[in-house]
Design a protein around this ligand. Structure first.
Ligand SMILES: Nc1nc2c(c(=O)[nH]1)N[C@H]1C(S)=C(S)[C@@H](COP(=O)(O)OP(=O)(O)OC[C@H]3O[C@@H](n4cnc5c(=O)[nH]c(N)nc54)[C@H](O)[C@@H]3O)O[C@H]1N2
Ligand SMILES: Nc1nc2c(c(=O)[nH]1)N[C@H]1C(S)=C(S)[C@@H](COP(=O)(O)OP(=O)(O)OC[C@H]3O[C@@H](n4cnc5c(=O)[nH]c(N)nc54)[C@H](O)[C@@H]3O)O[C@H]1N2
Ligand code: SF4
Ligand SMILES: [Mo]
Length: 699
């Protein structure tokens, strides 16, 4: 009798990349290799994008970090034992704290970290380091929509409804979201709807639209005010809804008096006729959604822009109604959970405010410390990076889950600030561009080697599960935080290393907060329950979670949503004779973020091997450039090199560059670090540049 074949190990988990968190099945082991296939999960229903299919390649990438590295006296990073590496870090932190105070120590986290990691990182910063200087890359991602959502609805959950609800819509307006490339499996839920896409580029998403509005970058606020003007002028406002469910409409209606479609056309370039059609498509639909992405949000007026789109949705009576609504398409794998558990500068777990005395008292009780030991709010991400190594600024930075040398605005300046630190520590599983600059590099586990939870863009808490053991010398982020905390004199049991234990503590810390996870347990998740927060702990009668928020009331004390009276202002930088073109930046299907992971996957680098600049052929010709030539894209801050891709659907005044590439191919060498005063979001999506042949300019 032949031996029965040994079963291949198999585990159900989720993709390591974006916030859609497609369900996957992993099969295999270190010997036979790991294969990813799509699970039949509601958001992706058997589909994955190219990044998801190829995700396992990063697990065994040739330059995987497998040992700690410490920079020696010769200036080079060399392998070291964990004890040496951790002792070096702890000694450095202690010395700098004694010399300069606790705010000399800073932490930068990431929206890709699991809930458990994000939670423990915030606790580690506030207690073990005693610093207020912690923020995370989500500041560059979700902060504008979060600020606007909190103000309007009293609560910020990217989508306050399940993704699958979108199937019920007749019309969906996508403002600055290129879903066909950034969350391809989500497109299947938009199949039925007529799409209105607002994007300066004719993206693959815009190709699928019934109506494509192609504004000048940075003018969405004017456009949204104009759309609201039309809704009022054409009597399309849902008066009943506005009267019973909202506050503040009259001031907003008066404000939009000035925003005639023709005036809006002059500023945005979107024809008045197309504006009217967009509003009618939304108003006449039985179900309609307004969704924003980074294109509308990553501006120095990003919060006001989102607020104006929310105003439009409120005027049409969409939010808090089954089959209609407003939502922000959150980006990173745990972009939602990452903003709830305390790695944000102004925040404590449960989406609590660091300045609220009751919130401080609650979290301090869970942590077993006195409330006044908790430091106050620190700087937002860019402000933090900008302050590194300066007088009064941080002298040490610990990075978990971000690659700011590539992804932060004005990257040359940020790289300079990183270099000015006394101590840079990076925990990562690949030698990212930031890790290469570090004094100490700590090798950590990857998604398929660890347990945890993430919260997807629809507020659903999901289990990440391990298929493989990590390489022998690699530790989890939780273990690294524990090991460092103990060396800094903290009690060991304050930093559990088992994800389930950390989650249980997180549940207690979030209890009663805006993002209440107290009723969610690993056991319930493992039993296959669908749990969206808030999910309070209701002993004896388990709470079913909240897939749909706001159906009866919004989260403000009086249950009503707030209109925001905002007005248009242009971008921080206008075009002129020296820099005559608008540049905008964003994503392509094949690469993820700073590219640290996807540039290590053969099939993805084959698909898009190098930085490029998308430009109208006439504009390229005027700049002396042919298709496929190498060009410099230069702003007042600096320039980068990119391959010209001519595209006749581009606006004549606008170029586009993806930000996934390192070195001289960094889009962020030209971006503008102007920040939204309401949330600290940088202006990634518009600045003024010129385009020139590579040979014709001084670098
Ligand atoms: N393939 C891929 N998918 C990803 C990611 C990735 O890196 N790669 N990252 C994930 C993350 S973290 C995020 S945040 C999401 C982002 O997802 P998206 O928001 O869809 O991505 P972006 O490409 O940054 O921006 C979307 C669109 O905004 C347009 N845009 C530029 N300027 C303006 C403007 O002024 N107004 C308007 N209306 N549109 C403008 C761009 O042309 C672009 O097509 O994607 C997630 N998914
Ligand atoms: N010009 C321009 N710049 C942008 C944007 C844009 O549209 N245009 N978008 C912005 C947005 S929306 C975002 S979200 C940021 C993202 O930009 P980054 O913060 O740079 O994001 P990633 O490239 O995902 O970097 C994550 C790093 O952490 C590592 N990592 C992943 N998971 C873990 C983990 O669990 N633990 C640890 N220790 N490390 C981990 C990865 O290997 C990688 O090196 O970029 C922003 N920058
Ligand atoms: S859409 Fe996002 S979650 Fe789904 S496979 Fe692609 S990167 Fe992964
Ligand atoms: Mo993002």
């Amino acid at each position: 009798m032949p031996e029965p074949p040994t079963p291949v190990p198999e585990v159900r988990t989720h993709c390591p990349y974006c916030a859609l968190q497609c369900g996957t099945v992993l099969r295999g082991d270190a010997d036979v290799g790991v294969k990813v296939s799509p699970a039949d999960f509601p958001v992706n229903r058997g589909r994955l994008c190219q990044k998801g299919w190829s995700a396992a390649d990063v697990l065994h990438t040739a330059d995987r970090l497998t040992r700690p590295l410490v920079r020696g006296t010769d200036g080079r990073l060399a392998p070291a034992s964990w004890d040496t590496a951790l002792d070096t870090v702890a000694r450095g932190l202690r010395t700098l704290r004694e010399r300069h105070g606790p705010d000399a120590l800073a932490v930068l986290g990431g929206g890709g970290l699991t809930n458990e990691k994000a939670y423990l990182l915030g606790k580690f910063a506030r207690l073990a380091l005693g610093t207020g200087q912690i923020d995370y890359n989500g500041r560059f991602c979700m902060s504008a929509a979060a600020a606007a959502g909190n103000a309007a609805f009293g609560l910020d959950r990217g989508l306050p409804f399940p993704v699958t609800d979108l199937r019920e819509a007749d019309t969906v307006l996508l403002a600055g979201a290129n879903v066909a490339e950034t969350m391809p499996p989500l497109m299947q839920h938009l199949d039925r709807a007529r799409l209105v896409v607002v994007d300066p580029r004719r993206t693959p998403t815009a190709e699928r639209a019934a109506l494509h509005l192609q504004p000048v970058p940075g003018t969405d606020l004017a456009l949204a005010l104009g759309l609201l003007h039309i809704a009022v002028a054409e009597d399309l406002v849902d008066r009943d809804y506005v009267r019973t469910r909202t506050h503040g409409f009259d001031a907003v209606a008066r404000r939009t008096d000035d925003w005639w479609p023709e005036r809006v056309e002059e500023i945005t370039g979107v024809p008045a006729r197309a504006q009217r059609r967009a509003v009618r498509m939304l108003a006449e639909a039985r179900g309609a959604y307004v969704l924003t992405g980074r294109g509308a949000e990553q501006h120095s007026n990003g919060t006001d822009t989102v607020a104006a789109f929310i105003d439009l949705a409120l005027a049409l009576g969409l939010p808090g109604r089954r089959g209609s609504g407003y939502g922000c398409l959150t980006g990173q794998g745990n972009g939602q959970g990452g903003r709830e558990h305390g790695q944000k500068a102004d925040q404590l777990p449960g989406y609590r405010s660091l300045t609220d005395p009751a919130a401080r008292a609650h979290v301090a009780r869970v942590w077993g410390v006195a409330p006044d030991t908790l430091p106050g709010p620190g700087r937002s991400a860019y402000e933090l990076l900008d302050a590194l190594g300066r007088d009064g600024g941080p002298r040490a930075l610990l990075v978990f889950g971000s690659n700011p040398a590539v992804s932060a605005p004005h990257a040359a300046h940020v790289t300079e600030r990183l270099a000015a630190l006394d101590l840079l520590v990076v925990a990562d599983f690949v030698p990212s561009e930031t890790a290469r600059m570090a004094d100490v590099v700590l090798p950590v586990t990857q998604w398929a080697e660890e347990e945890g939870t993430l919260t997807s863009l629809e507020g659903r808490v999901l289990r990440r599960r391990a298929l493989l053991p990590p390489p022998p010398e690699v530790r989890s982020d939780l273990r690294v935080l524990h090991d460092l905390a103990v060396r800094l004199g903290e009690p060991a049991d304050r930093y559990p290393t088992a994800p389930r234990e950390v989650f249980d503590e997180l549940r207690a810390a979030s209890r009663g907060g805006r993002a209440d996870y107290s009723g969610i347990t690993y056991d319930r998740l493992d039993a296959g329950e669908t749990l969206h927060w808030p999910c309070p702990d209701t002993p004896g009668d388990p709470h079913p979670g909240t897939p749909r928020l706001f159906l009866d009331r919004f989260a403000h004390p009086d249950g009503r949503a707030r209109f925001a009276d905002v007005d248009h202002r242009g971008p921080a930088e206008e075009t002129g004779p020296a820099f005559p073109l608008y540049a905008t930046t964003g994503r392509v299907l094949a690469h993820y973020q700073s590219g640290a992971q996807t540039r290590r996957v053969g099939e993805l680098t084959d698909a898009v091997p190098e930085p490029f600049v998308e430009v109208h052929p006439d504009t390229a010709a005027r700049c002396g450039l042919a298709d496929r030539a190498l060009a410099r894209v230069v702003s007042a801050r600096g320039g980068m090199t990119a391959r010209v891709r001519t595209d006749a659907t581009m606006r004549l005044d606008t170029v586009f560059v993806p930000f996934h590439f390192p070195g001289d191919g960094r889009a962020n060498l030209f971006t503008h670090p102007a920040l939204d005063p309401r949330c600290g979001m940088p202006e990634f999506k518009v600045c003024a540049v010129r385009l020139a042949p590579l040979s014709g300019v001084t670098p």
